[in-house]
Design a protein around this ligand. Structure first.
Ligand code: NAP
Ligand code: GFB
Length: 335
């Protein structure tokens, strides 16, 4: 059941990030429909950890729909370092002993409540396949979110994300709000965070290969290379997000991922980056670094019941496009 026609003013929080930029591109390339007005915001427009700034933003924009992406995001190593911050963000504790700002929990609570207050018709928030229970059967599906503790490496981020699902159900039960969420697997693409310490594996490897090529050194892949991941290209995720906004009417979340059969090992992902970057140097594995979760294999069966014919960009093509973007935009890339 699609959204009733008529004017849609769509606010995208986190609009300057990896996923937000992909939605901007897909909309700019013609995916937007007549009657849709898209507004992309970043922390420069409002610090969403601040309730008053969030409220002011929503009162100014008056969105009929929201895609909520804004969050403190990072790869395995940033999560291990800052589990507390991914749940609760420590402002710099100065003499006034500023209260803890709880980053992701506050962002989510502020956005959902401000959307409710201005009468937003639909909110699509963003969870992640890394929030599922660490001890689980495979493939993971949408019914399993709360069936046990998440992996220790990112429990702060995971519990903050799980609370979105709890709040969505509560807003629906108490007020009939259509607040829902998508559950992407690992995302990559142009405008990613290529910072080697804080980013995710693919942008980290792309940046490391760029440096190895220019210095004639080896590429060091962290961990054993044995863990397995499903990777979704940001532009494919963007197209799916727009479909969810318009057509998906469940409050229950939906996994947005390539199929189980497209899962690759970190070693295979590194080989795809090496090939795409034309790197011919040595590749080593630093097994003193954590492997994190071995796997988080998710089923996209629910998505397939809605979109049986959706075509994902082939992994190697998406990696190549991302490498080309990074090389061509090295100066301004986040790194
Ligand atoms: P990203 O590239 O790090 O972008 C984060 C976005 O959130 C930026 O636009 C940032 O604005 C904004 N933001 C952060 N703190 C904010 C604040 N206090 N107030 C307002 N805006 C703030 O993240 P991403 O990879 O696009 O992730 C988008 C969503 O997808 C997140 O909810 C993430 O949890 C989810 N997700 C990501 C992945 C992945 O592999 N990347 C996988 C699954 C789910 P500034 O640019 O101004 O800082
Ligand atoms: O993308 P990533 O950092 O996060 O992937 P997760 C980590 C895996 O890649 C580990 C290996 O097995 C690492 O040992 N790896 C190899 C590397 N080389 C590198 C490298 O240069 N950089 C990085 N980062 N990893 C995250 C969650 O888990 O998944 C987040 O912690 C988020 O919360 C994200 O949800 C989607 O896939 O392990």
């Amino acid at each position: 059941m699609g959204e009733p026609q008529g004017h849609m003013k769509i606010l995208v929080t986190g609009g300057s990030g990896l996923v937000g930029r992909a939605i901007q591109k897909v909309v700019a390339d013609g995916a937007g429909l007549p009657g849709e007005e898209w507004v992309f915001v970043s922390s420069k427009d409002a610090d969403l950890t601040d309730a008053a700034q969030t409220k002011a933003l929503f009162q100014k924009i008056q969105p009929t729909h929201v895609i909520h992406l804004a969050a403190m995001v990072g790869g395995l190593f940033r999560n291990i370092k800052y589990n507390l911050d991914f749940w609760a963000y420590h402002g710099s504790l100065i003499a006034l002993a500023l209260p803890l700002q709880r980053k992701n929990v506050h962002i989510n609570d502020n956005v959902l409540h401000s959307a409710f207050e201005v009468g937003t018709r639909k909110v699509v928030s963003c969870l992640s396949t890394c929030i599922f229970p660490d001890k689980t059967t495979y493939p993971i599906d949408e019914t399993m979110i709360h069936n046990g503790p998440p992996h220790s490496s990112n429990f702060g981020y995971s519990y903050a994300k799980r609370m979105i699902d709890v709040q969505n159900r509560a807003y629906f039960q108490q007020h009939g709000c259509t607040f829902t969420a998508v559950i992407p697997t690992n995302v990559f693409g142009p405008y990613d965070n290529f910072n080697i310490e804080d980013g995710h594996v693919l942008p980290g490897l792309i940046h490391k290969v760029h440096l190895a090529k220019s210095s004639g050194s080896a590429l060091t892949v962290w961990g054993t290379g044995k863990p397995r991941r499903q990777f979704i290209y940001s532009l494919d995720l963007a197209r799916l997000f727009i479909w969810v906004l318009r057509e998906y009417s469940e409050v229950e979340p939906i996994i947005l991922s390539v199929g189980e059969e497209d899962e690759v090992s970190i070693k295979e992902a590194a080989e795809a980056v090496v090939e795409a970057m034309g790197f011919h140097g040595e590749v080593t594995f630093d097994t003193t670094k954590s492997d994190g979760q071995f796997k988080k294999t998710a089923s996209n069966g629910k998505l397939r019941t809605y979109l049986p014919n959706f075509q994902f960009t082939p992994f190697k093509q998406a990696v190549k496009e991302t490498c080309t973007w990074f090389t061509n935009n090295y100066e301004q890339a986040r790194k």
